[in-house]
Design a protein around this ligand. Structure first.
Ligand SMILES: N[C@@H](CCC(=O)N[C@@H](CS)C(=O)NCC(=O)O)C(=O)O
Length: 249
């Protein structure tokens, strides 16, 4: 009984699900898809074209938050959703905000710089894919880049707006974590997991499983260097909790 995760290895929403599966010790394997060519496969299993989609024994669930809820129902051991109603509400509220304010904005901020560097981003898109993905993407990259920039409004103005949303969100997380050890309730939850996974492209942890570029475009690297302290909590979560065991705080 192995769950199949349809995913882009680069996607931080997919990383949320990889982490949840590992944390809950549910056996799974990845079915990697190539952005652009993923649509038919995704639509064959779920209402929208987006990944992650998790399938198990003929049932498919789409969307990282839906998948975590489904995993907690189907595999109640090591819950990521707190049992206490107030903590549960707080964790879902955080996750929903983070899916938007880190999920959408980290992606737009990072792609603004990475999409101009096919030498850096193509290896991330084709990671652990089919042999022909790399030559195919090299040829089709200008079109993919144009479509992505248009669909996600990835331009100077969008990147600046995203930078501001990211910085405000990181400040709010730091304020909360200066008052309590976890974002919601009295233990590690889907809120902490979502926060760290969705921020991860900004500090590129090895456990994410991507061959991160050794050198990033200068403006992105400068921002990361200037915000090391704002991301210390996320690095600590990867170090302490990404492998599955969670120490007491
Ligand atoms: N809220 C969704 C967002 C998923 C999402 O935006 N996935 C992107 C990759 S990061 C995607 O699949 N984009 C291609 C598409 O929508 O066709 C989730 O949490 O799963």
């Amino acid at each position: 009984m192995t769950a199949v995760l349809y995913q882009f290895p680069i996607s931080h929403y997919c990383e949320k699900v990889r982490w949840a599966l590992d944390y809950k010790q549910v056996p799974w394997r990845a079915q990697n898809l190539l952005p652009g060519l993923h649509i038919k496969t995704a639509r064959g299993m779920a209402p929208r074209s987006s990944v992650p989609i998790l399938c198990l024994q003929g049932e498919c669930v789409q969307g990282s938050a839906n998948i975590i809820s489904w995993l907690d129902e189907r595999f109640p051991e090591r819950p990521l959703t707190p049992a206490d109603p107030a903590a549960r509400e707080a964790s879902l509220h955080w996750e929903s905000r983070l899916d938007r304010d880190l999920g959408v904005h980290v992606r737009r901020f990072a792609y603004h710089y990475l999409l101009d560097r096919p030498d850096l981003v193509i290896p991330l898109f084709v990671h652990q894919g089919r042999w022909w993905w790399r030559p195919f993407l090299k040829l089709s990259f200008p079109r993919l880049q144009a479509v992505m920039r248009k669909l996600m409004a990835i331009d100077d103005r969008g990147a600046e707006e995203s930078r501001q949303v990211i910085e405000q969100t990181l400040a709010d997380i730091r304020t909360t974590l200066s008052q309590q050890p976890w974002l919601a309730g009295d233990g590690f939850s889907r809120a902490d997991l979502a926060a760290a996974a969705l921020a991860a492209p900004l500090f590129m942890p090895a456990a994410y499983g991507l061959p991160w570029p050794a050198q990033l475009p200068r403006p992105l690297q400068d921002w990361i260097n200037a915000h090391e302290d704002d991301l210390a909590w996320a690095r600590a979560l990867y170090r302490d909790c990404r492998s599955g065991s969670v120490p007491a705080r």
